[in-house]
Design a binder for this molecule. Structure first.
Ligand code: SAM
Length: 192
């Protein structure tokens, strides 16, 4: 059956897909099992994907996948996304965040409000006009609600002349992840 309302992570991919061109570059801020990186790769034939994760295991697993599939245009970064600007100076068309803990992994390793907000602040600067940030937000685990609140507040205060933001949320599923989308308005450029 064809469905319009999809889970947050799939909605995020559909929205990012609508702005990406083959030569763009993009960031997966939370590599994990690599679903968003694989999606970005499939759309960016010539561009680069930068993928961050603090868990070495996630980086090593994806390195193996790259070797097996002869992929060379992904830059794997075993560091927190709060350090994004240490590694990336050129502009990107999309940044994807999938927060919380890695399903099937260590549930104690979670994204945190301060580092997520720092990463979002820097991502806004790196974003090309017309570019998109997606954030799949989870509030159901310990610490999730605090992070969700901090992000909602941060995004809600963004200057509407510079950014358009939207939340897509199930209204009949309490702890289902929700999606925040930030678009950098086309006529706005912080000048880099
Ligand atoms: N998109 C991933 C996928 O396709 O499997 C799922 C991501 S999972 C929900 C969240 C990931 O964020 C975990 O792998 C975790 O290690 C990572 N993480 C936690 N804090 C981080 C940080 N400060 N910087 C980068 N990654 C972080």
């Amino acid at each position: 059956m064809y469905r319009v309302i999809l889970k947050a992570t799939k909605m995020a991919q559909n929205i990012v897909e609508s702005v990406l061109k083959e030569d763009d570059s993009a960031i997966d801020a939370t590599l994990g099992n690599g679903n968003d990186t694989v999606f970005l790769l499939s759309r960016l034939k010539n561009g680069k994907v930068y993928a961050f994760d603090i868990q070495k295991q996630a980086i090593d697993n994806f390195k193996k996948y790259m070797d097996e599939n002869k992929i060379s245009n992904v830059y794997l970064i075993n560091d927190g996304h709060e350090n994004i600007k240490k590694y990336i100076t050129s502009r990107v068309k999309a940044v994807m965040f999938n927060l919380g803990y890695l399903p099937g992994g260590d549930e104690k390793i979670i994204t945190k409000p301060e580092t997520t907000i720092k990463a979002l602040t820097d991502s806004l600067e790196l974003l090309k006009p017309g570019g998109i940030i997606t954030i799949a937000v989870y509030s159901g685990h310990d610490g999730g609600e605090v992070e969700a609140k901090a992000i909602d507040e941060f995004v809600g205060k963004l200057n509407p002349k510079k950014y358009s933001t939207m939340t897509i949320k199930f209204t009949n599923r309490n702890t289902a992840p929700y999606l925040i989308v930030i678009e950098k308005n086309d006529n706005f450029d912080e000048g880099k």
